[in-house]
Write a protein that binds this ligand. Structure first.
Ligand code: SF4
Length: 343
């Protein structure tokens, strides 16, 4: 990057009298001194102005099945044009995308204009755009502009997020965002503090805000043996989802594989995931799923009312067998999220 003139000024920050700035994009609310960057590493204070250093900078571009996000109740069986940038506001010790999320080197990244990205999504036949692979909140200006354009062109829009966005930043995204695929990494603040360098409450707050704003919400919990798989914590999480969101919100429990700073922690046994699934069912979650375990029956979708098989899944491939216009063909029940995008 060259001069400030070439840079993209950030939004959602306050200039302080001493030349520092306060960023209001995520719940870290970094106070950034002149010449420094926020925790995410991609927003920098230069002479009292905050810049979004990675605006338009692309680290990854792919056409993915929407099921890979994972989203099982939003435009099922379609592909999503997936974009990732660089950096993250979390420091998860088990990050499975750490090469891009924990990097602050974006000098080599290609620039992709908003209009070109939307055109590529349309040309590829995708039904939606997903900002994924790294945290989209820290890409706010770029993703908001693209989401607005995408919606205007009839595309769906997806945040695959850690949920640390502030209420005001999420409010700005809300008119343009249809699906909020949020990690709830654990149900204890201790886990968030010690493993992710963050806190639990803002994640729950943003998830509830997204749900109440009418977004399609699905949660993902990467289950790590001995760290966040306590049955009572899983039960509390499920109770929170049912009580504060609704029983129809799909919950994904996915298997951990050793990575990054947690290479000595064993992979999650399937039995542990199955226990999470059973707890979710006991607590009234209508659509609990298992992930990162292929060809498991808990990846299929069954009607919550009559139990009929609606969608079969194998890895990221899905086959609709009992669903028509968002309704179960056996009993006629409306299946949450399946009817398509919100208005
Ligand atoms: S996005 Fe979050 S981590 Fe980055 S500068 Fe703003 S408040 Fe800090």
């Amino acid at each position: 990057m060259g001069d400030a003139e070439e840079l993209h000024e950030a939004e959602m920050y306050r200039k302080e009298e001493d030349g520092s700035v306060t960023c209001a994009l995520c719940s870290h609310r970094c106070h950034i001194k002149e010449g420094r960057r926020g925790i995410c590493g991609v927003r920098e204070n230069r002479r009292g102005t905050l810049y979004a250093l990675t605006y338009g900078k692309i680290s990854a571009e792919a056409i993915d099945p929407i099921e890979k996000k994972p989203l099982f109740h939003y435009l099922p069986g379609t592909t999503t044009y997936s974009l990732g940038g660089i950096g993250c506001n979390f420091r998860c010790r088990h990050c499975q995308n750490w090469e891009i999320s924990q990097s602050d080197d974006f000098s080599h990244l290609a620039f992709l204009k908003v209009e070109d990205a939307v055109a590529r999504a349309l040309a590829s036949g995708c039904r939606s755009i997903a900002w994924t692979y790294n945290e989209p909140t820290i890409w706010h200006e770029y993703t908001r502009e693209m989401a607005a354009r995408a919606r205007a062109k009839g595309l769906g829009t997806v945040y695959v997020t850690n949920g640390y966005i502030t209420p005001e930043a999420l409010a700005e995204m809300t008119p343009h965002l249809e699906a909020y695929r949020v990690d709830i990494k654990a149900f204890t603040d201790d886990f968030y503090r010690t493993v992710c360098g963050a806190h639990l409450d803002p994640v729950l707050a943003s998830t509830k805000q997204a749900y109440e704003a009418g977004m399609h919400v699905e949660t993902v919990t990467l289950v790590i043996p001995g760290m966040n798989d306590d049955p009572e914590d899983i039960r509390d999480l499920c109770r929170w989802v049912v009580r504060e969101l609704g029983p129809e919100v799909p919950m994904h429990f996915t298997a951990f594989h050793p990575d990054y700073h947690m290479r000595d922690t064993p992979a999650t046994p399937v039995a542990v995931l199955e226990r999470c699934h059973a707890i979710a069912r006991e607590e009234g979650v209508q659509y609990p799923y298992l992930g990162n375990v292929f060809s498991h029956p808990a990846q299929h979708t069954h009607c919550h009312a009559c139990g009929a098989l609606l969608i079969e899944r194998d890895a990221f491939h899905s086959r609709t067998v009992g669903l028509e216009n968002g309704r179960c063909t056996a009993c006629g029940e409306t299946i949450p999220g399946m009817a398509g995008k919100r208005g």
